[in-house]
Write a protein that binds this ligand. Structure first.
Ligand SMILES: Nc1nc2c(ncn2[C@@H]2O[C@H](COP(=O)(O)OP(=O)(O)OP(=O)(O)O)[C@@H](O)[C@H]2O)c(=O)[nH]1
Length: 799
């Protein structure tokens, strides 16, 4: 099909992805990389092979002999056989007066395959027999059945071991690839080294426990800028996307068949994914299996705990991300809201001028802020938050005592405080936070909402959702385990916190009681230095970073300072408590009047039955505008109409709420059941007078953390999570947004680019929305929506 052809041809030329190696040039360089043992083998075995060839009346150059020895792992017999085959072929081919181009084994097998298709297997000069038997003496043809792989994506012919480029040449390639990687590192922006598992960071290694099971995005470094795709008509983007979904896999070659002999019992086989060089961009199965983010989604389903559902026994009715299919019949097409008559509010609106009231009462209001707690798994986030709630009186000591008793019975006594936050059975069983927990507490001067994010890498999407709702970040770092955190989620969370727009951060240098010696001031200083460096490199302003030593477990320097003498004397002299650091920042989180005057926007982060009085309630953070009781609203993309029956802020009823506040909105509608069916987590609740656009693609200006190519991605906008594709790399831009290069073939880590992203489901989006692009459980880049694309046409769910 021509469409297949076009999409396949978007692939890079081999020369775009591999350095061209002049083998004559390569040898001297690569020799330098040969081990002494290799060099000794060459020295002793080359004359042996030459003598055997001589006996057969044949000659070969040193280079040819050494290539053969290398490729056959010093096997003299096979090397001689190979060279005899070459020489014999030349003789048969016409006496060798004219130097004939030697075909690679791959080319020969391909030719045989073509010949077989045309009716015969015998090649000119070489009796290849059946391809399976032809490879019988090659080690990888005896791969145990249980681990025989499937060739599941189209492969590019790489420089081969059995012909074409030699292994020596591969060494030269490798050397040049390293040089290229070093060049990339040098030219990338200052953020380059913050790549999440990016090329050079990766080389430093991650701890095995944080290593992804299967790394699926490998991009060989290139020496030169790729040439534009030569044979292609200019792709029509939309078609291109649709066509990319169909099966693009080339039929396996004879070599491929040999390598991937299909097993009669595929379940026993491990799938050997032969990823092509566009990542999995052309793999039609890219979203067929559960991604780490899918796992999260399932975990969300199993542990419905966000927001008030964590603390109240409310029955969640959220669908969508919880996996309940929506009735397509009941869905509206986008853009029909204008034709629908607004819901008659069952509660009369007072038609207040909320912006005016809010501005006039600013001086009398207590500062309030929401903070997200981030950091590596087990660094003590939940325990610290449990401590904060206990010490500020938001949780009673008797509750902690009960948790301690229950936790002790389960052999998890040390998690008693964490259980204040980790309320689901799943979380308590595993000792790991899965979803975002939300709690409120007040200090003498400010009101706070805690969003406790999971530290585990599988739950990063939940962390993104939580951080998107926060004003402040609290980064919890185990003072004794900084390294594990920096290799793991400490680094990733910091980057994501910036990516979603957080500007202020308090670093709780935790578990100081467990330091050796306890409360070691030098340890605090060195950890602080490292973390401050990470934060400033990620884009946090020095003035917006506060570092506090503390112990969540015993409460030192959390709500109250520790003893002013002894081991903790230095703390009281040189540091503030965690709470006072938060209070400082809470005072500076006032909502701008500009965002108050915008149209109402609230991304729905939970949907639940609050009570029989409130059969459907939603919660989330108001990102723009104001809302008041009685106000008609529209939920996009389904265009469902409803009106506001009641509003809660921090579990207390209020008459109105404004941008920046975390709220629960109790809704009413003419058909509640229809509303329940059609509203999902990630939807946008909007003012009916100006609902948000719903699109199928958008342009984002992003910073890439890993090399970015066109291909399947997961798009995260706050709590919204959609499958999609980076369809075109439009241009590389500088920090000021100026064009550096149009239509790059790849966006290297640390560079900024304008990229077109197409989504597979309806996306309610605004220009300026923060976007995080992930794939295969890794964060590829983040930025903001700089342009909305085509209007979504189809069922609102996009399913
Ligand atoms: N010594 C000491 N141990 C602590 C401290 N804070 C937490 N811990 C212990 O560290 C372990 C992990 O604590 P959690 O609070 O569950 O860690 P977390 O960061 O919330 O973990 P996730 O929710 O899975 O990301 C538990 O055994 C805690 O008792 C502390 O200040 N000092």
């Amino acid at each position: 099909m021509s469409g297949h052809r076009r999409v396949k041809d978007i692939d890079y030329d081999e020369e775009d992805l591999y350095d061209e190696v002049n083998e004559d040039d390569a040898e001297p360089d690569t020799q330098a990389e040969l081990t002494p043992e290799d060099q000794a083998n060459f020295a002793t075995l080359t004359p042996v092979v030459r003598a055997e060839l001589h006996e057969a009346g044949l000659q070969a150059s040193d280079r040819e002999i050494q290539d053969a020895l290398w490729n056959y792992y010093w096997d003299v017999g096979k090397s001689v056989g190979y060279l005899r085959g070459l020489r014999g072929k030349k003789v048969n081919g016409g006496g060798g007066a004219k130097k004939e181009k030697v075909k690679s084994k791959f080319e020969e097998v391909e030719e045989e395959r073509a010949r077989k298709a045309a009716g015969g297997w015998t090649s000119a000069g070489l009796d290849l027999g059946q391809p399976e038997s032809w490879f019988h003496d090659v080690t990888w043809s005896h791969v145990p059945e249980a681990i025989v792989g499937d060739l599941i994506t189209p492969t590019k012919r790489r420089p081969s071991m059995l012909g074409g480029s030699s292994k020596l040449a591969k060494l030269a390639e490798e050397r040049k690839r390293k040089a290229e990687a070093a060049k990339v590192a040098a030219t990338a922006s200052s953020l380059d080294h913050l790549t999440l598992d990016g090329t050079h960071e990766q080389s430093k290694g991650r701890s095995p426990d944080t290593q992804p099971a299967a790394k699926t995005r490998n991009y060989p470094a290139r020496r030169k800028e790729p040439s534009p795709p030569p044979k292609l008509p200019e792709p029509e983007p939309e078609q291109e996307v649709k066509e990319a979904i169909s099966d693009l896999r080339a039929p396996p070659t004879a070599f491929g068949h040999t390598l991937s002999r299909s097993s009669r019992n595929p379940d026993q086989r491990q799938t050997l994914q032969v990823h092509n060089l566009l990542g999995s961009s052309t793999s039609p199965d890219a979203f067929s299996g559960p991604s780490p983010d899918d796992i999260v989604t399932r975990a969300q389903g199993a542990s419905r705990s966000l927001n008030n559902t964590k603390s109240k026994p409310q029955k969640s009715i959220a669908n969508g991300v919880n996996g309940l299919p929506k009735s397509v019949d009941a869905l509206h097409l986008n853009g029909t809201s204008a034709e629908q008559s607004p819901v008659q509010p069952k509660v009369k609106s007072k038609n207040m001028d909320v912006t005016k009231i809010w501005t006039e009462t600013a001086a009398t209001r207590r500062p309030a802020a929401a903070f997200v707690v981030i950091g590596h798994v087990d660094h003590g986030k939940s325990t610290l938050m449990g401590r904060l709630l206990l010490d500020t009186g938001a949780v009673h000591q008797r509750d902690i005592d009960r948790f301690r008793k229950e936790a002790t019975e389960q052999g998890k006594a040390s998690f008693a405080l964490a259980w204040v936050m980790d309320t689901s059975a799943d979380e308590r069983e595993r000792g790991v936070t899965v979803d975002i927990a939300q709690h409120h507490f007040s200090t003498d001067t400010a009101d706070f909402t805690i969003l406790d994010a999971p530290g585990h890498r599988d739950f990063v999407p939940n962390m993104i959702g939580g951080a998107s709702m926060a004003d402040i970040g609290v980064l919890v770092v185990d003072a004794n385990q900084l390294e594990s955190g920096l290799k793991g989620q400490t680094r990733e969370h910091v980057l994501l916190a910036r990516a979603v727009g957080l500007e202020r951060i308090v670093v709780a240098v935790n578990k100081m009681d467990g330091a050796v010696p306890a409360w070691d001031q030098h340890l605090f200083r060195s950890v602080s230095e490292e973390v401050r460096k990470l934060l400033t490199e990620t884009g946090f302003d020095r003035d917006n970073i506060k570092l506090v030593p503390c112990s969540g477990l015993n409460g030192d320097n959390v709500a109250t300072p520790p003893a002013a003498s002894g081991l903790t004397a230095w703390v009281t002299q040189s540091s503030q408590t965690l709470i006072s650091a938060l209070e400082d920042f809470a005072g500076s989180t006032a909502t701008s009047s500009e965002s108050l005057n915008n149209h109402l926007r609230l991304q729905i982060t939970d949907i639940f039955h609050a009570s029989s009085q409130h059969p459907i309630s939603v919660s989330g953070r108001i990102s723009a505008g104001t809302v008041q009781i009685g106000e008609p609203i529209t939920i996009m993309p389904s265009s469902e109409l409803a009106s506001i029956k009641a509003i809660d802020v921090a579990d207390s009823p209020v008459e109105y709420a404004v941008a920046g506040q975390l709220v629960t909105l109790h809704l009413t509608a003419d058909d509640i059941e229809q509303l329940e069916r059609n509203v999902r987590i990630g939807d946008m609740l909007c003012s009916s007078s100006s609902p948000i656009e719903v699109v199928s693609d958008f342009t984002t200006t992003l910073l890439s953390y890993q090399p970015l190519l066109p291909g399947p991605v997961e798009v995260h906008i706050g709590r919204l999570q959609l499958p999609g594709r980076t369809t075109s790399l439009l241009e590389l831009v500088d920090a000021a947004g100026g064009t550096v290069k149009r239509k790059p073939r790849i966006v290297k880590a640390g560079l900024r680019a304008k990229v077109k992203v197409t989504v597979d489901r309806a996306l309610p989006g605004d220009e300026g929305d923060r976007v995080v692009i992930r794939a295969d459980g890794e964060t590829l880049g983040s930025g903001t929506i700089s342009g909305l694309g085509e209007r979504w046409i189809g069922a609102a769910s996009g399913n």
